[in-house]
Design a protein around this ligand. Structure first.
Ligand SMILES: Nc1ncnc2c1ncn2[C@@H]1O[C@H](COP(=O)(O)OP(=O)(O)O)[C@@H](O)[C@H]1O
Ligand SMILES: [Mg+2]
Length: 189
């Protein structure tokens, strides 16, 4: 099996077997670091994923961003064209629906596209990372395709558990590096 695939399997196995309480505690630490960043405070339009399974949890962060009047942009996954359609969301209950893959995404009929050039901050999930800020996702390249459209002064911040950050992972030409990775133990930048 190719190396990226092996690493995905290994790290996902650890993440899927985390206790819920551990995921909640570590997610809180990570989100608290994120909201302390100057760049977060200054960001008006934030692209953020909806967490599922044991991904670093973003629901509290999203509620906070609503109360701070930030514009919250959430991915709609167009699986036919393997692209993310970024959509502005105003209300978690009304504007999102559970997809057949198990994550929440914008209701198709309510999609309000926000062009990636508008993003000030992108909060990115991933499966494996390394200390050089490389990212390995689920293997379909969805995030590489949208990350390459962000403005130069916007920041891509990955949030992950420390066990997801290895010394080195394979990176290909199309792989887009993060500007920062926040874990419960470290900030890599
Ligand atoms: N910007 C892009 N344009 C077109 N294809 C892309 C782009 N980024 C990635 N891909 C394709 O997506 C596929 C999966 O990419 P990969 O980096 O392995 O996945 P992931 O980033 O989800 O781990 C690769 O075949 C790659 O060529
Ligand atoms: Mg990639």
């Amino acid at each position: 099996m190719e190396l990226k695939g092996e690493l995905r399997k290994k790290v996902l196995n650890i993440r899927n077997n985390m206790k819920k309480t551990e995921a909640v505690d570590k997610s809180n630490l990570i989100i608290n670091k994120l909201i302390g960043l100057d760049h977060y405070r200054k960001s008006k339009t934030v692209f953020v994923y909806m967490s599922f399974k044991n991904e670093v949890m973003t629901s509290k962060l999203i509620e906070r961003m609503f109360s701070e009047k930030k514009s919250v942009v959430i991915p709609y996954t167009d699986t036919k064209n393997t692209v993310i359609i970024p959509s502005e969301v105003k209300n978690i209950e009304e504007d999102l629906v559970l997809s057949r893959y198990g994550y929440y995404e914008p209701v198709n009929e309510k999609i309000k596209v926000v062009e990636p050039e508008k993003f000030d901050l992108m909060i990115i999930p991933g499966v494996v990372f390394d200390k050089q800020l490389n990212r390995v996702g689920f293997g379909k390249g969805y995030y590489d395709r949208i990350l390459c459209r962000k403005r130069k002064d916007a920041k891509a911040v990955a949030i992950a558990y420390e066990f997801q950050v290895l010394d080195e992972v394979p990176a290909e030409k199309h792989d887009i590096k993060m500007d920062m990775i926040i874990t419960e133990k470290n900030i890599y930048e």
